[in-house]
Design a protein around this ligand. Structure first.
Ligand SMILES: Nc1nc2c(ncn2[C@@H]2O[C@H](COP(=O)(O)OP(=O)(O)OP(=O)(O)O)[C@@H](O)[C@H]2O)c(=O)[nH]1
Ligand SMILES: [Mg+2]
Length: 208
């Protein structure tokens, strides 16, 4: 079916975690099907999705996305994926304080120290519901305190809207850049990308 030598294919494994309903699946499917999927699922499906993405040097890179559903306890199948991941996306919803509390009460305790050293993107999803805008926005400072408590230091914030495809593309191009530098073992550069180089992202995808 294809002539790619499997030994030379790189996998960028991205773990996506966050409270139920924050938009993890919608984000994944939008990206994998390039904004053209029949979105009719309502049930949480624990699955992984792959997409041929780009090349690093001469190697094709396949982005593999894995949404973690059951985290309490993490099953052996899930654990294998958690341990193999290159990047973690932690998703919250812009108008859901509950999605932030979930990090502290449930998600990070279940992860123990398994994701502490991985590049982590804190993705804040604006689901663009009209009714949401009467609610308070979540505060990044609160999330930062929780990250500190769980000793997650290698992180950056990215604002997206799962209804706006260009913000999803920008999120995953950011993942691509981080992976490229991780692959080249340039951990310092990963840190620079996460903390300092805001120019890498377009205005659609705010990092701060
Ligand atoms: N209006 C609106 N609804 C959205 C958006 N993103 C997701 N939703 C809806 O929110 C619900 C949950 O979205 P999912 O993508 O399934 O969320 P999830 O994080 O995968 O949830 P679980 O798999 O249950 O943990 C679905 O009914 C989606 O249609 C959005 O950007 N705008
Ligand atoms: Mg889901």
């Amino acid at each position: 079916m294809n002539d790619m030598n499997n030994e030379n294919v790189l996998f960028n494994k991205i773990l996506i975690i966050g409270m139920k309903g924050v938009g993890k699946t919608k984000c994944i499917l939008n990206y994998v099907y390039s904004n053209a999927f029949p979105y009719n699922h309502e049930i949480a499906i624990e699955d992984s999705y792959r997409k041929m993405s780009h090349y690093i040097e001469k190697f094709p890179v396949i982005v593999e996305l894995f949404e973690l559903i059951e985290i309490n306890p993490i099953s052996d199948y899930n654990l294998k994926y958690v341990n193999e991941s290159n990047i973690v996306i932690v998703m919250c919803e812009l108008y859901s304080e509950e999605s932030v509390q979930y990090l502290e009460s449930t998600l990070f305790p279940a992860m123990e120290d398994k994701i502490a050293n991985l590049p982590t993107l804190i993705v804040i999803n604006d689901k663009l519901n009209k009714e949401n805008h009467t609610k308070k926005r979540i505060k990044k400072q609160n999330i930062k305190s929780i990250l500190e408590k769980f000793k997650i230091h290698n992180y950056s914030f990215i604002d997206i809207s799962t209804s706006n495809y260009s913000t999803i593309v920008n999120l995953f191009s950011h993942c691509t850049t981080i992976f490229a530098f991780t692959f080249q073992q340039n951990i310092e550069l990963v840190e620079v990308i996460l903390k300092k180089d805001k120019k890498l992202l377009s205005k659609n995808c705010v990092i701060n």
